[in-house]
Design a protein around this ligand. Structure first.
Ligand SMILES: C[S@@+](CC[C@H](N)C(=O)[O-])C[C@H]1O[C@@H](n2cnc3c(N)ncnc32)[C@H](O)[C@@H]1O
Length: 408
């Protein structure tokens, strides 16, 4: 799908963001300086209070709406929303490229309409509707659409958790709106030794209910024309969230029409990987793709024992370190493993944790794995075995009892 993004769309989107007053800022220092020019101490305090209240509240609460109402004040827009500059470019340009044949487009959870107005500009022959449950966001979106002279877009204050959109649409776009429950860890794997999730209808329903995903997807599914497409993008980088998200789409008959595209962008200096953007559709098509449930390649080089022998020992660096999902394969590939100590236990939050350390040939290793897909493998030279044992005990929350490496 990367080929579908084109320079023209991106250039137009940069211009559009500039019209909204957004700037592409790359350093925290410059960004904070700008914020200090714009926000009074009272503004900062109000924003922090609102962020805290939103975090503490359940999805769908009035605190969430109040947060989006507060951040939709027009004097806040340039400085606040510039944090999302790259997000808008990465997501908006890809989506706009997919809209060209649509006559009717719904942007669900459109916020202040920053991207919705771009879609309307980009598709002048289409009729575009933006809905959101934040009244202040909708008021601002209407004002800005008017200022832009757009006549093919309208905005409605609709809470998807309460109401069903009245019409049917050729394309429904939902970005950062269906799975807002950011703290929700998702579904654990069956076992710390694999990444598979059981086909557990009850666990899936519970996930969809507690995050609000199920209801929102049902409502949007009902508003999609039978030939329509739904384009969705949520915080689903972790497999534990991605799998139930994909299953929720599949259960509503939404089939994958294009390869999912992982999207990476920077929020000022921080790199964010949210998970893939999906283009899905209801109509059966010969080009339907399978929903993948395996981890994506993590880019960590595989373990090569021969190479380890030639790595020069450095006091601070392990010979090999892998914090990605591929650590599991590297651990399986360790030669002549002899476990010195291991624990598998269930943590207070229900996740299963496995930690082990031992000898592998002439090396010492430490391996941790849990049912939320976290893996860690560290391989070091035997002279530093005591360090591995100390680390092992720290992970288990125990006091270290060793002063001498058991393998040393
Ligand atoms: C993170 S913003 C994303 C805005 C926009 N889609 C984007 O990609 O920039 C989330 C928006 O979803 C809206 N929202 C969340 N749940 C909603 C619901 N159930 N019905 C309507 N809007 C909702 C919020 O009010 C907020 O404006």
């Amino acid at each position: 799908m990367a080929g579908d993004r084109n320079d023209e769309i991106e250039t137009a989107l940069h211009k559009h963001l500039a019209w909204w007053g957004l700037r592409h800022i790359e350093s925290d220092a410059a960004y904070f300086a700008w914020q200090r020019e714009v926000f009074t101490p009272e503004d900062f305090a109000a924003l922090h209070r609102s962020i805290e209240a939103k975090r503490a509240a359940a999805s769908g609460s009035s605190a969430e709406i109040a947060f989006y109402d507060l951040t939709a004040q027009s004097r806040f827009i340039p400085a606040l929303y510039s944090q999302r500059y790259e997000y808008y470019i990465e997501v908006g340009s890809r989506i706009a490229a997919q809209l060209e044949s649509a006559q009717t487009i719904l942007d669900a959870g459109c916020g202040i309409g920053l991207l919705t107005t771009f879609y309307a500009k980009h598709c002048p022959d289409a009729s575009v509707v933006g809905i959101d449950r934040s009244p202040v966001s909708i008021a601002l979106a209407r004002q800005r659409a008017h200022d832009l002279g757009l006549t093919n877009v309208c905005f409605e204050c609709v809470d998807l958790d309460q109401q069903v959109p009245a019409e049917k649409f050729d394309v429904i776009v939902a970005t950062h709106v269906l799975l807002q429950a950011e703290q929700d860890p998702g579904l654990p794997s069956c076992d710390w030794q694999d990444f598979k999730r059981a086909l557990d209808v009850h666990a899936q329903q519970t996930f969809e209910q507690r995050t609000g995903l199920g209801l929102r997807l049902d409502r949007l599914g009902g508003a999609l024309a039978s030939h329509g497409r739904m384009i969705v993008f949520e915080k689903t980088r972790q497999l534990a969230r991605r799998i139930p998200f994909q299953r929720a789409l599949a259960a509503r008959g939404l089939m994958l029409l294009l390869p999912p595209e992982p999207i990476r962008y920077r929020s000022i200096e921080e790199v964010t990987d949210d998970g893939p953007l999906y283009v899905t559709g209801l109509a059966p098509s010969s080009n339907v793709l399978p929903w993948a449930e395996s981890p994506e390649p993590d880019g960590v080089p595989p373990l090569n024992v021969e190479q380890l022998r030639s790595v020069r020992a450095d006091q601070d660096q392990p010979l090999y370190e892998n914090h990605g999902t591929s650590a599991q394969q590297a651990w399986l590939n360790l030669p002549t493993k002899q476990v010195v100590d291991q624990v598998t236990r269930t943590e207070a939050d229900g996740r299963q944790l496995h930690v082990e350390w031992g000898r592998a040939g002439e090396f010492v290793y430490l391996y941790c794995a849990n049912t939320f897909d976290q893996r860690q493998l560290v391989v070091i030279e035997p002279a530093r075995a005591a360090m591995v044992e100390t680390y092992y005990r720290e992970i288990l929350g125990e006091q270290s009892t060793s002063t001498q490496g058991a393998l040393g």
